[in-house]
Design a protein around this ligand. Structure first.
Ligand SMILES: Nc1ncnc2c1ncn2[C@@H]1O[C@H](COP(=O)(O)OP(=O)(O)OP(=O)(O)O)[C@@H](O)[C@H]1O
Length: 325
């Protein structure tokens, strides 16, 4: 049974806004799934439909096998949720917040252990009203962990966290997944999800434009890679003949520095071997498609767009103007 399954899930706001456009998505049990997309892509709206905070215009969704609209009680008991901008009660302490969720879920969870896991045990008896953004986020995450949920749904979980907090959060998500919990979380930063996710889905303008592991998405992207090789002494470009290497799109030789643009990252090794036979290589600098470039390719920010079975950014860009960004 998939942890989450949506079928043609659609949400319109009024006549003009198509926030989620026929989403078909399956998240398997035990996965850490990153739900990516730029601002306004439809991530929160999708999550809100899974949680029945928002009713779909069309289509349906199941969560842990239950209908997301008709069986919300059964779902709530088994999931943990960190909604976007989680609301806290200013006068309640951190401990009282977690206890309150435990009561609602009829869970005998160890409240202190949870507060410790999210790094706010020392502040357990302070009112949440005085908490920083990061502490609020940690508390929200703690509330989501109550009752050892089978599925965690987290909307932008690292929002407001400092680098240490982001690191702690990643660790916590990994631990949860190791214990069998499915983790579904949204983010608009690709590098943030790369460290923890098994698969990612990239949303753009309400549609899923990519769905795979980041490694595969990288392969499907342009794959272009650049290598710079420093030689011990200036060399004659003709004698180096870097252009003649299979898979090299273009090369420049300036004094002792050779720069080659390769069709795929694998060609970089051929360039180094080739040069090493003709000159003395003293240094190598290499770069692949950056995560940001990759993300931009899928969300239509550049001209070089990778194809994808699920849909392409071209489709997204070509749609009718009533579809908002
Ligand atoms: N209640 C609403 N009424 C009208 N439009 C809405 C409403 N909620 C969301 N939208 C619109 O739907 C689109 C998708 O928004 P959504 O919040 O789902 O995007 P997102 O991917 O979560 O973005 P972000 O990363 O900024 O949180 C946006 O254009 C947004 O303005």
């Amino acid at each position: 049974m998939p942890a989450i399954e949506t079928t043609a899930l659609t949400k319109r706001y009024g006549e003009d806004i198509l926030a989620v456009d026929g989403l078909d998505l399956t998240v398997e049990e035990g996965e850490i799934f990153g739900f990516l997309g730029p601002n306004g892509a439809g991530k929160s709206t999708t999550i809100n439909m899974l949680l029945d905070f928002v009713r779909p215009s069309e289509g349906r969704a199941t969560v842990l096998g239950y209908d997301a609209q008709d069986e919300t009680g059964a779902i709530r008991e088994r999931i943990g949720v960190l909604p976007e901008g989680a609301t806290l009660y200013e006068r309640l302490t951190a401990r009282e917040h977690v206890e309150w969720v435990a009561d609602t879920k009829r869970s005998t969870t160890d409240v202190d252990a949870i507060l410790d896991r999210v790094g706010i045990l020392e502040d357990a008896d302070r009112a949440a009203g005085g908490f920083s953004k990061g502490m609020r986020q940690r508390l929200g995450l703690g509330m989501a962990l109550v009752g050892d949920p089978d599925l965690l749904i987290l909307d932008e979980p690292s929002s407001g966290l400092d680098p240490n907090g982001i690191q702690d959060m990643r660790q916590l998500l990994r631990e949860e997944a190791e214990s069998g919990t499915t983790v579904f979380f949204s983010s608009h930063i690709l590098s943030e999800v790369e460290a923890v996710c098994d698969r990612v889905g990239i949303m753009n303008q309400g549609r899923l434009v990519a769905l795979d592991s980041i490694a595969t998405l990288r392969d499907e992207a342009t794959g272009e890679a650049t290598i710079e090789v420093e030689l011990a002494s200036p060399a004659d470009p003709e004698s180096l003949a870097v252009d003649s290497i299979d898979g090299v799109r273009g090369a420049t030789v300036e004094d002792g520095a050779v720069t080659a643009v390769c069709e795929t990252p694998g060609v970089k090794v051929d360039v180094v071997r080739h040069l090493d036979q003709r000159a003395t290589v003293t240094d190598i600098l290499s770069s692949d498609t950056s995560l940001e470039e990759l993300f931009n390719q899928y969300t239509g920010e550049t001209d070089a767009l990778p194809g994808d079975e699920v849909g392409t950014p071209d489709d997204a860009r070509d749609r009718e103007p009533e579809v908002i960004a």
